[in-house]
Design a protein around this ligand. Structure first.
Ligand code: BMA
Length: 329
């Protein structure tokens, strides 16, 4: 297979080669976490956050959590994708409709460029969690659009281009709490306001690593073999939920059709910063960078609901692994 990523070269992608002797598909940045404890005054952690290339450097939308534990979204910038500075104030979304603008909480942002506009999707508090949506062209002014779905829903993730002339969004219908269930669906929209044609893509279940629920991670990556989607997979244990990362491949023109899904996780919580924090045992992928010239992928993931960490992989190896270890149910 000669896999191609559909996208631009990103020569300054943060990157480290796989360490000698390491046989893992996905390997961690050796100076993790990239964002440690107390990144801002009175902020206990920044995690589950999304980074994109921006004017030769990097920018992103970040989930902060203070001593009151209410999450908000902040803009952050980085020259190299490794060291970040953050706006001290949360994003002030602009919206003419006060009903849409009312703010309870905001978390787990994804950032997706489509036709030169950056769209932010996040878990937005509106009588319970649903999918908030906003757009920006400069990361200074953010225009908030209608919430995409009725509560309760989480992990709303846009595709980076229209498919058959329609915007597509993945989501995971949920409940108001820590949701002991969850499958990935896709919905389409002509205008980012009206969403319909909801299709089930893939469900929780066998094997045990994803027995409790699953949810889309970063925006799908377009490749010559299909959409490559990293996702979080949750298992239940006697000590609570454990979040790992796995990957699946979706049909390019009919993305509700699963081509193949890995039969195991490709990153499991085991590093100290994944096991020690506000919620131990969480690897939660949210943003990624890709270099179409080399097939390198750098994935930002929240660790233990406290830190932001980075891991690396090669697109072709991941796609080959999904095909070789395709789940049969
Ligand atoms: C999910 C979300 C994530 C969080 C995860 C683990 O339900 O709240 O933001 O990382 O739980 O606590």
């Amino acid at each position: 297979m000669q896999l191609k990523i559909v996208g631009s070269p990103l020569p300054n992608i943060p990157w480290q080669p796989r360490p000698a002797g390491n046989q893992d598909l996905v390997w961690r940045y050796d100076a993790n976490p990239v964002i440690g404890r107390r990144p801002l005054p009175r902020v206990t952690g920044i995690y589950n956050s999304a980074v994109v290339p921006w004017k030769g450097e990097f920018i992103g939308v970040f989930r902060t959590e203070g001593m009151d534990r209410v999450p908000h979204l902040h803009v952050g910038r980085s020259p190299d994708g490794l060291k970040f500075t953050f706006e001290p104030k949360p994003i002030d979304f602009k919206c003419d409709d006060p009903e849409v603008r009312r703010h309870e909480y905001a978390y787990d942002p994804r950032v997706t460029p489509i036709d030169g506009v950056h769209y932010i999707t996040w878990c937005n508090g509106y009588h319970g969690p649903t999918i908030g949506l906003a757009r920006t062209t400069d990361f200074v002014t953010f225009e908030q659009l209608e919430n995409a779905f009725l509560p309760y829903n989480r992990n709303g993730v846009l595709f980076p281009r229209k498919v058959n002339g329609k915007f597509l969004m993945l989501s995971r219908p949920s409940d108001t709490g820590h949701t002991p269930f969850g499958d990935i669906f896709v919905s389409e929209s002509p205008d980012l306001t009206h969403w319909g044609r909801h299709r089930h893509i893939f469900g929780r279940g066998w094997p045990w690593f994803q027995g409790m629920k699953i949810g889309a991670g970063p925006s799908p990556i377009e490749t010559s073999e299909g959409w490559l989607l990293f996702y979080h997979a949750v298992t239940n244990t006697c000590n609570g939920y454990v979040y790992s990362m796995s990957a699946m491949l979706l049909d390019l023109e009919q993305p509700w059709k699963l081509i193949a899904s890995a039969d195991q996780a490709i990153l499991c919580p085991e590093a100290p910063y994944e096991l020690t924090g506000f919620v131990p045992g969480v690897c939660f992928p949210v943003g990624c960078l890709c270099d179409a010239a080399t097939g390198r992928i750098a994935i930002y993931y929240g660790a233990a609901d406290t830190f932001s960490a980075l891991c690396f992989c090669q697109a072709e190896e991941i796609v080959q692994f999904i095909k070789d270890h395709s789940l049969k149910r």
